[in-house]
Design a protein around this ligand. Structure first.
Ligand code: PHE
Length: 347
């Protein structure tokens, strides 16, 4: 039996496999149920008691030697396989390029507008999209039966009754509600710019959508005049559309401003000569504005005898369409990457 053990030990030491399968074969031949070692263990049972001690030790030695050798060989084989694979890699090949995302054009335009007004001292204010009637209409001087409430088709979430009530819950139809919230908690001087998503119940087409983005501004202080407003909006137009841009104001109506105006900017495509985009007029409508109505100041606890201010509001999609020459509003909502990839900017 000693000879057999020594012979097997020699085999273990001399075993030189070329593949993992050979190691497994060897393991089964040595340690498997019908393997050499199992047979020896069986034989060991019949060994004379005085030989048991020595033979037992040798047998155990053989077993641990076999296991250690098998594990070492497996590891060695794995490492050389890894090295061979690494040697196959061509390190001079160009790497796989990472896809870079781009900002959504609406965000780009919003950031640009915010940046222009922040240079004039405006800070950004935000507010909830789910609002109450009080902040969207009542405190902005829309009486319950005022026809101007029909100007905006509202998505209602909760109505108190047939008649409009300040506690009705709705999706904001303009970001003027943020201006109300600012006036409630802040005393003049106030200079805020309010970007955000707004909702109106309109059929979706190339020129209208039920969701869009607005950016509105509010400036309240002692002695703020219509001339201040005009100068600020002219500065905005030149910064966004270029030094050659001009603006004009046409009388208009909003419940929350008096007097009110519609602002047009000279068409940046034809330079004011008249083209398809400006429908031959040379002018493009971009925003509404006006001097804040004294009732609106009063409703939020600001003394209209002491303070005055102006407000303005525009659609971000509208500005984006004019800037980028995009003529279908729906493109901004479909998130087609072929469209989005065309807008790259550092902002
Ligand atoms: N809130 C108006 C709208 O949604 C825009 C506006 C804002 C007009 C401020 C005048 C002053 O159409």
């Amino acid at each position: 039996m000693i000879d057999k053990i020594n012979e097997l030990l020699r085999q273990v030491e001399e075993f030189r496999p070329r593949a993992a399968a050979e190691i497994e074969e060897f393991r089964i031949r040595m340690l498997g149920k019908k393997g050499e070692l199992t047979a020896l263990m069986e034989e060991f049972k019949g060994v004379a008691p005085e030989l048991k001690r020595e033979l037992g030790q040798r047998l155990n030695g053989l077993k641990s030697e076999t296991l250690a050798r098998i594990n070492a060989l497996r590891e060695e084989l794995q490492n050389t396989a890894g090295e061979r694979a690494a040697a196959d890699d061509d390190l001079t090949r160009p790497g796989t390029a990472e896809e870079l995302g781009s900002r959504h054009p609406i965000s780009l335009v919003r950031n640009r507008i915010v940046e222009v007004f922040s240079r004039l001292g405006y800070t950004v204010a935000e507010g909830p999209e789910i609002e109450d009637d009080r902040h969207v209409f009542t405190k902005l001087n829309f009486p319950p039966e005022h026809p101007a409430r029909d100007m905006q088709d509202t998505f209602f979430i909760e109505r108190r009754g047939e008649e409009p009530a300040p506690d009705d819950i709705l999706l904001r139809t303009h970001t003027s509600s943020i201006q109300v919230r600012t006036m409630e908690r802040q005393r003049p001087p106030i200079r805020v710019i309010c970007p955000g998503r707004v909702f109106r119940n309109e059929a979706i087409s190339y020129r209208a959508h039920c969701i869009f983005h607005q950016i509105e501004g509010l400036y309240i202080d002692e002695g703020v005049s219509f001339a201040d407003m005009k100068q600020s909006l002219l500065y905005f137009a030149k910064e966004i559309f270029g030094e050659q841009a001009r603006i004009r104001m046409r009388p208009s109506y909003f419940p929350f401003t008096e007097p009110s105006a519609e602002v047009d900017v000279s068409c940046n495509l034809c330079g004011g000569k008249g083209c398809a985009v400006c429908k031959g007029t040379g002018w493009l409508e971009i925003m509404g504005c006006g001097m804040v109505d004294p009732n609106v100041l009063q409703a939020s606890g600001i003394d209209p005898e002491k303070y005055s201010g102006f407000a303005f509001g525009m659609g971000i999609e509208r500005v984006a369409m004019l800037l980028y020459g995009v003529n279908d509003l729906r493109l901004y909502f479909e998130n087609d990457v072929r469209f989005l990839h065309q807008f790259r900017s550092a902002l």
